[in-house]
Design a protein around this ligand. Structure first.
Ligand SMILES: [Zn+2]
Length: 332
């Protein structure tokens, strides 16, 4: 398949083209079919958070043979998806670049082929997950995009209290600057963590866009996992937030509120900490010790240590060794 012409566009628009192809595959596969918005009035359905997030196809003439267009005010989309955030909020800037959207379009051949191949990937992932559910009965999705520290391991432990199998299930798509390539985390899980967890974890990435829309996106993610066939999904501290704009418990609060609408069991937690008195990693509110005995386990501190070739106290040494050996490839 020759996909080269797609990348003759500028880097900025390239991300929007790639995002659009990813969304179109989501729609075509069925995963995002109910989220697809083809005229302005359809947006009102998404005032109900239980319906997930609206998926709009931006009007990008380069990718269409023919198309019609419609307008929705930027502020309307921003307020609906993100709440009252500033226009320069990174989640909004990465997800939307204009207020003109396409409908009744015919894609050019190159783009259609790429959409088709992404669609097949999603359907293949769904079949794998459905097979795993037949084998294990309860299978949870753990969404993570970072090199796993002891906090992640503690969350996996907690999920295994509810599920027979945990699938590390990052969403792969255009990244924020500084994000690592989560598809490449497979090496750590396969060679280091899977044996440690006696094969009770496995790694299956899915191609889907992030919006960094915090609580509403947590519900969107849960709906995607339900479509994929998972029985459980975990939502933690500041799920799908960026720049600290959402309250740390906003996502867990909202998913609990809508649990009955979701047809997938949500496992919530308030994040992992090291407790000095327990002398181990605990989930928030899982021990009775006061806040000042707890140290936050931070993905960005861990990343900083990896970059500085220092040891991070709250990540397994074998994971750190693997990550520092493969750091260059993880970051590109
Ligand atoms: Zn404690």
């Amino acid at each position: 398949m020759n996909v080269k012409p797609i990348y003759n566009l500028t880097p900025q628009s390239r991300n929007f083209v790639e995002r659009t192809i990813i969304d179109l595959a989501g729609i075509q596969s069925g995963m995002l079919r109910e989220n697809f918005v083809t005229f302005a009035k359809q947006l009102s359905k998404f005032k109900q958070p239980a319906n997930g997030l609206p998926v709009l196809i931006p009007f990008i003439p380069e990718i269409f043979d023919s198309s019609q267009k419609f307008e929705i005010k930027s502020s309307e989309i921003k307020n609906l998806i993100y709440g009252s955030v500033e226009e320069h909020y990174i989640g909004y800037r990465l997800s939307f670049n204009n207020s003109t959207f396409a409908t009744n379009f015919v894609l050019k051949d190159d783009f259609r082929e790429k959409v088709m191949s992404y669609t097949e990937d999603l359907l293949f992932a769904r079949r794998r997950i459905q097979d795993l559910v037949k084998e294990f009965t309860s299978v949870g999705a753990f969404q993570t995009r970072n090199v796993p520290h002891l906090g992640h391991e503690r969350i996996i432990d907690e999920m295994l209290n509810h599920c027979e199998l945990v699938v590390i299930n990052p969403m792969v798509g255009p990244k924020k600057i500084g994000d690592i390539d989560s598809e490449k985390l497979k090496g750590i899980y396969d060679s280091v963590l899977r044996p440690r967890y006696q094969n009770k974890i496995t790694f299956i990435p899915i191609r889907a866009n992030m919006f960094y829309a915090g609580p509403r996106e947590a519900i969107h993610h849960a709906r995607i996992r339900r479509w994929l066939g998972f029985t459980h999904f975990s939502v933690g501290r500041d799920h799908a937030g960026a720049e600290g704009i959402y309250n740390e418990s906003a996502a867990t609060d909202m998913t609990k509120q809508y649990q009955n609408n979701l047809s997938i069991k949500i496992i919530t937690h308030g994040g992992a900490f090291f407790c000095r008195l327990c002398d181990k990693v605990v989930l928030k509110n899982h021990c009775n010790h006061s806040k000042d005995t707890l140290t936050e386990i931070s993905g960005s501190d861990f990343r900083h240590c990896l970059n500085m070739k220092k040891t991070y106290p709250f990540a397994a040494l074998d994971v750190q060794q693997w990550a520092s050996k493969n750091l260059k490839s993880l970051q590109t």
